[in-house]
Design a binder for this molecule. Structure first.
Ligand code: COA
Ligand code: AMP
Length: 635
């Protein structure tokens, strides 16, 4: 069946489509049906089935006689180490860790925060939680202690599993002091912390609270897989919203298993036993879905890569990993390719490696610019597939489904809606727009299995953020269009979310931090175009009356404050002091106009602007920041 037939089959009978897909999963009790819509517009999938994530990702492959197959390859050019873990070994390690967690009182439904770098133990911790029905919440290592504290207070974990350190090129990230600071700053205190000591830095353990990863497993009984209900949360993953308070996206167990397994066959075209590599981080949704869960559920080998596309040690690292480990399908963010292209535009490094086993490259996380796609295609000689998704959905909303049919590529488009997603372009009033017209991208409810059923502790926010604007639809927060052939184009966010090097960040969150500086009266943070990272945050601050300290000092403090409060991943380095911010007469800051100015794009002078002269001040500030792009013109 081709794409059109598959999509039509889903449209005609979604229930049969998903029940059929559910057969690829081992259920302890098969679900009686796929969709549970009694509580619409909140939906659940496979709610009355009983199932275990870890069984499906690990044990069943051992039971099927594939225990010697490699499950995880850890490749760390930073520590110069590589090692492989088979499915049998993984099962034993995860069962032991799960047993130790249970022995210390972690039970079904308890939350466990995982704060770890790119080591296999991060995946083991995730799987161990799933084994006993605990709900994990992985926090990305590039966030500051304050962000971790916010997540601790929201998730209220019984336990935190962390590593002693992470490794960035040329810098050890001291996780333990960050963890201690976060626990001190949080109102909620975990019962205990498990610390995985890395040899690069052995951390001090707090008496009575911290236990050593290995020591606490000593002598405990390994845990078996505990079947849970299909709608039991497998994990919570916090993501940026409009404000500084992150949204806790919930992933329910049954739909997660079914949908991810389906994508491995149909979107990525990968068979069990093949090597699948997603070069991302376990702290992001790509890492959850395609470093940890999907490849393992599907019985593939996954790669945990601790390094960067460039500088560890060079722009040939990705090609080395692909050759050495026989990667069939590779997935990363466009920014990684832009970084490689910048260092090695002619692909000299590529020539040193044999990439003959690579069948396709998938890109996601941010807009894939045509230059990057074309370059990657020319260099690799394999299909380069842009696909569009979000933390909320957990897998692709639109893609070119390699396992079903390789559709003609339209550069600049992540191709077409996947079965399960009825994607529409709506105007402000919620009316469907014509092909080629730009509008808000919305998905007709219900969303398919594996997508978020709601937000952790925040159902009202879930309804307000996603369901209320367009009744009957899920609002994606992206704007774009669909062409005559059904190809989707993602143009921009409709909210205050920006995308920096494939990392989703909230400008509202950064504004909250800047506003906490004692000398700042008012501020605005915008995302400006950047050749490498796609976007970079840029802050403008107005000072409190009477403050006469040097502006350079205040700017430095603002930059440090964002790094301390949000983390280095915010990459907040551009900031300027201005007298006033451009506003409408009703006092709304004209952020979109500022973005156009910074990007050197023509823009329409808003009719409601209070004082157009302020734009000249912003222009001067932009020049000061080195953003004297082609002068933007107002029409
Ligand atoms: N722990 C601690 N710090 C981290 C971190 C982590 N896991 N990840 C990033 N950081 C830090 C970096 O060290 C850097 O700090 P610095 O300001 O001291 O230099 C800062 O956060 C910004 O990181 P990043 O945006 O990654 O920039 P970079 O300059 O280090 O690297 C790229 C640029 C393009 C090579 C890099 O962004 C990259 O590989 N991107 C791939 C994107 C990706 O995988 N996205 C996931 C979604 S698919
Ligand atoms: P995240 O939740 O971190 O995965 O970020 C999701 C957001 O990243 C989306 O809402 C888009 O704004 C953007 N995004 C992800 N993939 C793509 C893509 N292929 N093209 C354009 N934007 C993308």
């Amino acid at each position: 069946m081709g794409y059109k037939q598959t999509y039509a089959a889903w449209q005609a009978d979604p229930e049969t489509f998903w029940m059929e897909a559910a057969r690829a999963i081992d259920w302890d009790r098969a679900p009686s049906k796929a969709l549970f819509d009694d509580n619409a517009p909140l939906y659940e999938w496979f709610a009355d089935g009983m199932v275990n994530t870890c069984w499906n990702a690990v044990d069943r492959h051992v039971e099927a006689g594939n225990g010697d197959r490699v499950a995880i390859i850890h490749d760390s050019p930073i520590t110069h180490s590589k090692h492989a873990i088979t499915y049998s070994e993984l099962r034993d390690r995860v069962a032991s860790l799960a047993g130790a967690l249970r022995a210390k009182g972690v039970e079904k439904g308890d939350r466990v925060i995982i704060y770890m770098p790119m080591v296999p133990e991060a995946l083991e911790a995730m799987l161990a939680c799933g084994r006993i029905g605990a709900i994990h919440s992985v926090v990305f290592g590039g966030f500051a202690a304050n962000e971790l504290a916010v997540r601790i207070d929201d998730a209220q974990p019984k336990c935190i599993i962390a590593a002693s350190c992470g490794l960035e090129p040329g810098r050890v990230v001291h996780y333990k002091p960050l963890l201690d600071g976060a626990i001190e700053g949080a109102s909620h205190k975990p019962d205990f912390c498990v610390i995985f000591q890395r040899e690069q830095e052995v951390a001090h353990l707090e008496d009575g609270r911290d236990v050593d990863w290995h020591a606490f497993q000593y002598g405990v009984e390994p845990a078996d897989c505990l079947p849970v209900e299909g709608n039991h949360p497998a994990y919570i993953l916090y993501t940026s919203g409009t404000t500084g308070a992150p949204k806790g996206v919930i992933r329910a167990t049954g739909g997660h298993l079914v949908a991810l397994d389906w994508t491995m066959t149909n979107v990525y075209g990968v068979a069990p036993g093949e090597v699948f590599w997603a070069a991302s981080d376990v702290g992001w949704v790509v890492g959850h879905s395609y470093i940890c869960y999907a490849p393992l559920i599907h019985g593939c080998t996954t790669i945990v890569f601790e390094g960067k596309p460039v500088g560890t040690p060079d722009a040939g690292t990705f090609w080395r990993v692909i050759e050495e480990h026989g990667v069939s399908v590779f997935f990363t963010a466009p920014t990684a390719f832009r970084a490689i292209k910048r260092e090695d535009p002619k692909g000299e490094f590529l020539k040193k490696y044999d990439l003959s086993r690579l069948r396709a490259l998938f890109l996601a996380g941010e807009r894939a610019d045509p230059d990057t796609i074309t370059w990657a295609q020319d260099m690799l000689g394999v299909p380069v597939i842009d696909h569009w998704w979000q933390t909320e959905t957990g897998y692709a909303i639109a893609a070119n489904p390699m396992g079903i049919e390789h559709l003609p590529v339209k550069i600049g488009s992540p191709s077409v809606a996947m079965p399960g997603y009825d994607v529409q372009i709506l105007d402000e009033g919620g009316h469907q727009m014509k092909p080629g017209e730009l509008g808000a991208i919305a998905i007709k409810l219900p969303l398919p299995p594996g997508t978020l059923p709601t937000l952790w502790n925040a159902e009202a926010r879930f309804r307000k953020s996603y369901l209320e604007h367009f009744p009957g639809y899920y609002e994606t927060g992206d704007a774009g269009m669909i062409d005559e052939d059904g190809y989707l184009y993602i143009m921009a966010r409709t909210d205050d979310v920006i995308n920096v090097a494939g990392h989703r960040l909230s400008t509202g969150g950064m504004e909250e931090v800047l506003a906490s500086h004692p000398d700042v009266a008012e501020c605005a943070v915008i995302g400006v175009a950047d050749d490498l990272k796609g976007q970079l945050p840029m802050g403008f601050v107005c000072l409190t009356k009477g403050v006469d300290r040097p502006h350079e000092d205040i700017v430095k403090e603002c930059v440090t404050l964002v790094r301390q409060k949000i983390g280095p991943v915010a990459a907040f380095k551009l900031c300027a002091v201005v007298d006033r911010l451009p506003k409408t007469r009703s006092g709304k800051i004209l952020r979109a106009t500022m973005v156009k100015l910074a990007d050197g794009e023509p823009f329409k002078l808003p009719a409601t602007i209070d004082d157009p002269a302020i734009l000249d001040e912003i222009r001067t500030a932009l020049e000061g920041l080195g953003y004297a792009r082609t002068p933007a013109t107002a029409t």
